[in-house]
Design a binder for this molecule. Structure first.
Ligand SMILES: Cc1cc2nc3c(=O)[nH]c(=O)nc-3n(C[C@H](O)[C@H](O)[C@H](O)COP(=O)(O)O)c2cc1C
Length: 369
């Protein structure tokens, strides 16, 4: 029997199979950064996954780096997400929301009163764009702004923003939350030793200091909604958004693995960035991570059915995340289970726009009419 289609329990949530829809920004929250009926339809179409993880959803205005991404900090946003969770649950699915703070990958125009975005240190990400309005007011990619370093009281306030967002998520009907600590955004801007040269207890050479913020967020959310409803996404050796190699890089990630292991989380999710154009997680690292961390493990990045099954059979992961294949195949589970061919993703409609490239990808059964 193929393991990919067998059930698994992740924290408090029973999953009918081990197929996870990886979090993917789609930039279609056109009104008030709020999920709507179209968002609900998109996720409902994909509800046969064992677990859906939503697109990154900003926990605050400060946490936003792209126009038209949904938030989870206002009452209207909670109501918008309620439509989504209801639709997914009606279809028998399970859904987590990804909690996002972009840190320095933002632009002054997206921030309250045009303030600077925030990060661990005041260093601008090179060769990095976010998505905001240009001088003529037209939405488009713009170079990220120079950030300022968060003060310690401000770090504590951001932890509280995460907690409020997690509580909002439960009110909105989500089965749990995924902390986005991957892909070069705020929490990774603290973990990365090349960037975070702060002199206080949140940075510098000692990895314990650089891990403090992400662990405080994890613990505060777990205390608020339960560890069994709390997952976290990491990108070990991640290079997206001007992240660089740093001293004792592997040791830092394995120390974090060890610390997360003690926390009885719903899952830990590793993002391999190879298919996003960056280096792969080095060979042998996943085995070491797994040895250090007893939490259920999701791995995403470049999987098809065969590779997913091999990872599960070898015990390298418990669950497999699929990104782009899920954009183009709402019935990815059925297609993989029956060895039906997959639709190809259209890159031009990945971000922004309407139903096209969002809810109009065909189900295999309909394409046979
Ligand atoms: C259009 C698009 C949007 C994405 N948005 C997010 C996001 O919001 N949060 C995140 O953690 N990863 C994001 N990712 C990364 C995916 O979750 C996934 O790790 C990546 O696509 C590799 O998996 P794949 O090879 O199966 O596509 C995004 C990827 C794509 C293609």
């Amino acid at each position: 029997m193929e393991k990919l289609f067998t059930p698994f329990q992740a924290g408090d949530t029973d999953l009918v199979n081990r197929v996870v829809m990886a979090p993917m920004t789609r930039s279609r929250a056109m009104s008030g950064d709020t999920a709507d009926e179209l968002t609900a339809k998109y996720y409902q179409q994909r509800a046969s996954a064992g677990l859906l993880i939503t697109e990154g959803s900003q926990i605050s205005v400060q946490g936003q780096g792209y126009l038209f991404t949904p938030g989870i900090y206002s009452g209207a946003q909670v109501q918008g997400w309620q439509k989504v969770t209801k639709a997914v649950h009606n279809a028998g699915g399970k859904i987590y929301i990804q909690l996002w703070h972009v840190g320095r990958i933002s632009h002054n125009s997206l921030q309250t009163d045009g303030q600077a975005p925030v990060s661990s240190v005041a260093a601008t990400a090179s060769n990095s764009t976010c998505y905001a309005r240009d001088e003529s007011g037209r939405p488009g990619p713009v170079p990220v702004s120079e950030p300022r370093a968060l003060s310690v009281p401000e770090i504590k306030a951001v932890v509280q923003d995460y907690v409020q967002a997690a509580k909002n998520a439960i009110r909105a009907g989500f089965d749990g939350v995924e902390i986005h600590a991957a892909n070069g955004y705020l929490l990774e801007q603290f973990i990365n030793g090349g960037l975070n040269i702060r002199k206080d207890e949140y940075g510098g050479a000692d990895p314990e200091n650089r891990l403090r913020f992400v662990l405080e967020v994890t613990d505060a959310i777990s205390a608020a909604i339960g560890a069994g409803k709390t997952g976290i996404r990491l990108a070990p050796f991640g290079r997206l958004f001007d992240m660089h190699a740093f001293d004792n890089e592997e040791e830092t990630w394995l120390l974090l693995a060890d610390k997360l292991s003690a926390r009885s989380l719903s899952y830990v999710h590793l993002s391999d960035q190879q298919t996003l154009g960056e280096q792969a997680i080095p060979a042998g690292f996943i085995e070491k991570f797994r040895a250090a961390c007893s939490a259920p493990l999701i791995i995403a990045g470049g999987f098809d059915k065969q590779r997913a099954e091999a990872y599960l059979q070898e015990g390298k992961a418990d669950l497999i995340g699929f990104g782009r294949p899920y954009i183009a195949n709402p019935d990815l589970v059925e297609r993989m289970a029956n060895d039906w061919p997959l639709n190809e993703v259209n890159r031009a409609t990945m971000y922004g726009g309407d139903e096209k490239g969002y809810t109009d990808y065909t189900f295999w059964a309909d394409s046979q009419d």
